[in-house]
Ligand binder design. Structure first.
Ligand code: MN
Length: 328
């Protein structure tokens, strides 16, 4: 998905691990364009830019695309990151400058590596969904920052449908990294975890986790309690490194679904602006210029049927760098 904020700020992310548990509340961001959805954004924000290498988290829906027109994001670029698309319901048609055309479907990971540069489009409208069932758009869009030694890697696209794991009091789909004895085969560039967990009513899920990781618990439907904090829809609990066990309790009467994100603290300094991740203002300006010139760096998306051929980048901010306060 594109970060379609009209006037995105340039963010300098200089992150350190925090302490204990912190609940990050989402802010509502309307994604622009004629067919737009609202998202609940928990990363990046003032208190925290990253959890492991996870540097962007948008949670959206459920929204019926036949009522709202749906979502239509024209070809736009990315650099220096991977995008992880995960749906709870609905269907999104993805096209990219590798030549991929893929349907993003519930319970299936689509991991796109931008590396040096990629362009892609994402569409979920009555024209792309196959049945009324798949018209209910509900999911998350996540970005993963690439470490310096791999951030100029070649563009790539992977699809992976993890098996449904049955655990005491819960089910899990592990789409990145290792959890509960299973490992995703999808390659990543830093130690990372991504899993969907559904905790049964009244149950507590107890997981052995890597104490070197920091974790985020992103609440979808229902509500879990983690380290004494009860989460509301779209909230993200941050858990500092050091714990070898994670417990999620569902005190409610309906299943509670979360995404568990984790990774070793990502300590490289990043500059994030619009759809780019770089290391300096000058790099970001160079990426922007290359996109505006439709340079080879990003390639071409074929077959996108929209009203605009591609999304132009917003104007760069006047301020060279907007520093962010480190977490306490
Ligand atoms: Mn995108």
């Amino acid at each position: 998905m594109s970060n379609t904020e009209a006037d995105p700020a340039e963010l300098l992310c200089r992150e350190r691990p925090g302490e204990g548990v912190t609940v990050l509340t989402p802010r509502d961001v309307p994604l622009g364009g004629p067919r737009a959805i609202r998202v609940r954004r928990t990363l990046p924000q003032r208190q925290r830019s990253l959890i492991g290498a996870w540097c962007f988290a948008d949670h959206y829906g459920p929204q019926d695309v036949s009522d709202s027109g749906g979502m239509d994001v024209a070809p736009h670029p990315h650099t220096g990151l991977q995008t992880a698309s995960w749906l709870f319901s609905g269907e999104i048609e993805h096209r990219d400058s590798i030549g991929t055309r893929a349907m993003v479907r519930p319970g299936e990971l689509n991991l796109m590596t931008a590396g040096h540069g990629i362009a892609h489009s994402e569409v979920a409208t009555v024209a792309t969904v196959s049945t009324p069932d798949t018209a209910m758009l509900h999911g998350v869009q996540l970005w993963i920052a690439l470490p310096d030694e791999h951030r100029d890697t070649a563009r790539d696209f992977r699809h992976y449908a993890p098996p449904l794991l049955r655990l005491p009091g819960a089910t899990a789909r592990v789409f990145l990294g290792s959890l509960a004895g299973t490992t995703s085969p999808v390659p990543v560039f830093t130690p990372l975890l991504g899993a969907e967990l559904t905790v049964e009513p009244g149950a507590t899920l107890s997981l052995d986790v890597d104490p070197a990781f920091e974790y985020g618990v992103l609440q979808d439907v229902g509500s879990v309690t983690v380290a004494g904090a009860a989460l509301g829809t779209g909230e993200l609990a941050y858990l500092a490194p050091g714990a070898g066990r994670l417990e999620l309790t569902n005190p409610g009467t309906e299943p509670a679904r979360v995404l568990l994100l984790g990774g070793t603290p990502f300590t490289e300094e990043l500059v994030m602006w619009w759809n780019f991740v770089g290391r300096s203002h000058d790099e970001i300006a160079e990426y922007r210029e290359a996109w505006q010139a439709q340079a080879d760096r990003f390639g071409r998306v074929e077959g996108y049927q929209g009203t605009t051929a591609w999304l132009p980048a917003p104007t760069l901010p006047q301020v060279r760098i907007k520093p962010r306060r480190n977490p306490a």
